[in-house]
Design a protein around this ligand. Structure first.
Ligand code: GLP
Length: 259
């Protein structure tokens, strides 16, 4: 075991399968929803949360009512409208909204096709102000971005337009026909909005996330590793699989391993 200080204020759960991890996060989500008259979920896109969405859909099929739930998504590509197959609007329809009784009145995603993006950011901040997030679901980019808050000298607090970094474009190109088709900009919720969530669950799976996972909870916070700012939050759960946790475990020894 190396001599590093792991910020153990974060709960870490390491699962054998992504499916098991998704079921775990769906169970946490159910606990947030049940007994709350107007629960608010902050939602993410990408490959990472899909097993969680499937598990939540399964819970819904078993009777979990989502009709009173409000959802606010983290981000959207600039220039893609809701019908574009690679837009995050489309992703959410496919992976969650269309298979549950979430009301379309209660699901919010930044509009990347808005004619005035500054106004759109302000509009989205008003939505966030009106809907305090009970549980924020996060993935993490290979470079440590959360939402689309990219590594930078400064991180912005509120919803803003961001220019995507080359490594993000390269990583997300797998969802598009070709790299050139990946939008260069996105609208993202800001860091303050994320940190104001009452509870945060960050999921990361697969070997390609091992390096960034090992940098999340070192005791140091850096704007160049945006995900490291989660150490300032009191209620964060890291949900990992064995591959994404490998370097963390190598650095610190076995941590709270969930069998
Ligand atoms: C995108 C999203 C992030 C997401 C990240 C990881 O860039 N904006 O919210 O966490 O990708 O994606 P994946 O889950 O596909 O690895």
């Amino acid at each position: 075991m190396k001599e590093c200080v792991l910020d153990m204020s974060m709960t870490i759960r390491i699962f054998d399968t992504v499916r098991d991890a998704g079921i775990y996060v769906a169970t946490i989500t159910e606990a947030v929803i049940v007994g709350n008259q107007s629960p608010v979920l902050g939602l993410a896109t990408g490959d990472t949360p899909t097993a969680f969405y499937q598990a939540l859909i399964n819970l819904h099929r078993c009777g979990l009512d989502l009709s009173q739930v409000t959802t606010v998504n983290l981000d959207e590509y600039v220039g893609l409208d809701a019908n574009h197959p690679q837009s995050y609007h489309y992703f959410m329809q496919m992976h969650l909204f269309s298979q549950t009784n979430l009301s379309s009145q209660n699901t919010f995603i930044p509009n990347g096709a808005a004619p005035n993006l500054i106004q759109e950011c302000a509009r989205y901040d008003e939505i966030l102000k009106a809907h305090a997030i009970d549980l924020q679901i996060l993935g993490v980019g290979v470079n440590g971005h959360i939402g689309f808050n990219e590594p930078a000298d400064m991180l912005l607090t509120n919803t803003h337009v961001v220019t995507l970094r080359e490594e993000t474009i390269a990583s997300n190109a797998r969802f598009f026909d070709r790299t050139e088709a990946v939008p260069r900009q996105a609208i993202t919720m800001g860091i303050q909005s994320i940190l104001q969530s009452k509870r945060i669950v960050l999921m990361a799976f697969g070997a390609e996330k091992a390096d960034i996972v090992a940098r999340i909870a070192t005791g140091n916070v850096s704007t160049n590793i945006p995900v490291s700012i989660l150490q300032l939050h009191q209620n964060v759960v890291l949900v990992l699989d064995r591959e994404s946790a490998r370097q963390l475990v190598d650095n610190y020894g076995e941590v709270n391993v969930q069998e």
